[in-house]
Design a protein around this ligand. Structure first.
Ligand SMILES: Nc1ncnc2c1ncn2[C@@H]1O[C@H](COP(=O)(O)OP(=O)(O)OP(=O)(O)O)[C@@H](O)[C@H]1O
Ligand SMILES: O=P(O)(O)O[C@@H]1[C@H](O)[C@H](O)[C@@H](OP(=O)(O)O)[C@H](OP(=O)(O)O)[C@H]1O
Length: 453
């Protein structure tokens, strides 16, 4: 979740050349090389792309993406089947303007851009549309195909960013991705080395530089899956930092973008004053999001789901009640009880690890997600991602992660949310909820003190 700001230099980051420490190793790719790699990839793609006419793809074989009318831009990457569809030249896809590879514009853009997320995070189911007619666009304008060598294609076709900020991710070497640098997140990655949580967070490969910008280099959790189903659940009862609350109180800064997002979902959301100023403060928006979704009543919320059939949904802002959440989970896992069991096992392991973790005890974990991934082979995993807003507590202070938040105590409700999440999945399982969780999780058990912004 690193925010805009100016570009970081290695000096800003306190990095000098290649540090000995693996955690702070900076990889560099020479500026200009990317263009060359891109050209090579274009060249290769032109020769390996499935085509009935020698090496070069014909315009009519180019897949694009369609967002259904109710939709905005769902984060969406090309899927394997898209490629297959492209091969027989029968499908055509349109892509929302905010999404990656939207316009079929110049192929000069970086291949990495194909991993970028779109502007709006939600709302659309992507569908295929059969090609009736063809537009003749030169193949070199169609960046959806020309960027990847065949070996790299499969992984990239699988990749999806379900939540978070646009453009935060880039492709990297086989099985890895780059996330925009945040000092806070880097520190967290370094601190979990040696902690009980290590087996549950993506492997961290250090800091990487691309064309003067810095990134956290980490394992791509989707890489080893075959057409994965992916779900992002944001954990905790609170999604903003206490310091954001304090700042907004001291210097309230109503934001129009947040006001617009609020009105888009619920016209009656803003107060009369917010309507007249056409702005809401960040904590106010975040609290509204929390109470509208299941963050407040369950301690987690669903941010997005991508299924193996290529459909992608991030329109869960109002998915709040336990039965509604259970229904979404049920749909996500299909009727596969084996997958549910694997997820439950993994969640129990994560729970044990959290309880044993020194890192967890000493950090306020805000905005972090659990990423659920499974595929048709029966493989199912859950990973802890996004430490962008995970903050160390003052020396000597620890959190229970299970008691209600009151301003000042910095509790995040993570464990309470995890128990509710486990209970939700148990309800999805054919065996129903177990005794243990049934007794200690209850919807709406936690009340939070918002401090009102
Ligand atoms: N290591 C990873 N492997 C595969 N996919 C990942 C990985 N990390 C993140 N993602 C994808 O990217 C999305 C956003 O990740 P993340 O939450 O880290 O981004 P962010 O920009 O910090 O989000 P936010 O703005 O909510 O804090 C996830 O929902 C997931 O789809
Ligand atoms: O999910 P929505 O409704 O799109 O709302 C965004 C979401 O809650 C992000 O977590 C938050 O970023 P942080 O977690 O980094 O605070 C972002 O704040 P931002 O607009 O200030 O980036 C919100 O706009």
């Amino acid at each position: 979740m690193p925010k805009g700001g100016r570009r970081r230099t290695s000096k800003d980051l306190g990095l000098c050349g290649t540090a000995a420490n693996e955690g702070s190793r900076v990889e560099r790719r020479a500026p200009g090389k990317q263009g060359q790699v891109c050209d090579e990839l274009q060249h290769k793609a032109a020769h390996v792309a499935p085509s009935s006419h020698g090496g070069v793809m014909e315009p009519r074989q180019v897949p694009q993406v369609t967002i259904t009318p109710e939709g905005g831009g769902c984060s969406r990457e090309m899927q394997q089947e898209d490629w297959d569809d492209a091969a027989d030249g029968t499908l055509r896809r349109h892509l929302s303007s905010s999404s990656i590879s939207s316009t079929g514009s110049s192929a000069v853009e970086s291949e990495d851009d194909l991993l970028s997320d779109n502007e709006s995070k939600s709302k659309g189911i992507i569908t295929l549309e059969h090609l009736v007619d063809t537009e003749s666009k030169p193949w070199w304008k169609l960046k959806t195909i020309v960027h990847w060598s065949f070996s790299a294609q499969r992984r990239k076709l699988n990749w999806v960013q379900l939540a978070g900020h646009k453009g935060n991710f880039k492709a990297a070497d086989e099985g890895t991705i780059l996330k925009k640098f945040s000092d806070n997140e880097k520190q967290c990655f370094e601190e979990v080395q040696g902690d009980a949580l290590l087996p549950f967070v993506p492997a961290f490969h250090g800091v990487a530089e691309r064309d003067g910008e810095f990134f956290l280099h980490m394992t791509d959790l989707l890489a080893k899956f075959d057409l994965p189903n992916v779900m992002d659940c944001k954990m905790g009862v609170r999604t903003y930092l206490e310091e954001e609350l304090v700042r907004a109180r001291e210097r309230p800064k109503p934001r129009e973008d947040l006001y617009k997002k609020m009105v888009e979902v619920d016209e009656t959301g803003p107060t009369p004053q917010e309507h007249s100023q056409r702005g809401v403060t960040k904590p106010r928006y975040m609290q509204w999001r929390e109470t509208l979704s299941s963050t407040h009543n369950l301690g987690f919320r669903i941010e997005g789901i991508k299924k193996c059939d290529g459909t992608c949904r991030t329109d869960f802002k109002k998915t709040k009640s336990k039965p509604d959440v259970i229904q979404v989970f049920r749909d996500f896992v299909g009727r596969d009880d084996g997958i549910v069991k694997s997820y439950l096992r993994r969640l129990s392991e994560i729970r044990r690890a959290l309880q044993a973790s020194e890192f967890f005890k000493r950090h306020e974990v805000i905005g972090s997600s659990l990423l659920f991934i499974h595929d048709h082979t029966g493989s199912a995993e859950v990973w802890i991602i996004d430490f962008g807003k995970t903050t160390a507590l003052p020396e000597g202070q620890t959190l229970s992660h299970a008691i209600p938040w009151q301003e000042g105590n910095r509790e995040d409700g993570y464990l309470w949310g995890l128990d509710n999440l486990i209970h939700t999945l148990e309800c999805v399982s054919s065996q129903g909820p177990g005794e243990e969780t049934r007794s200690d999780t209850k919807e709406d058990q936690q009340t939070t003190e918002t401090g009102g912004q």
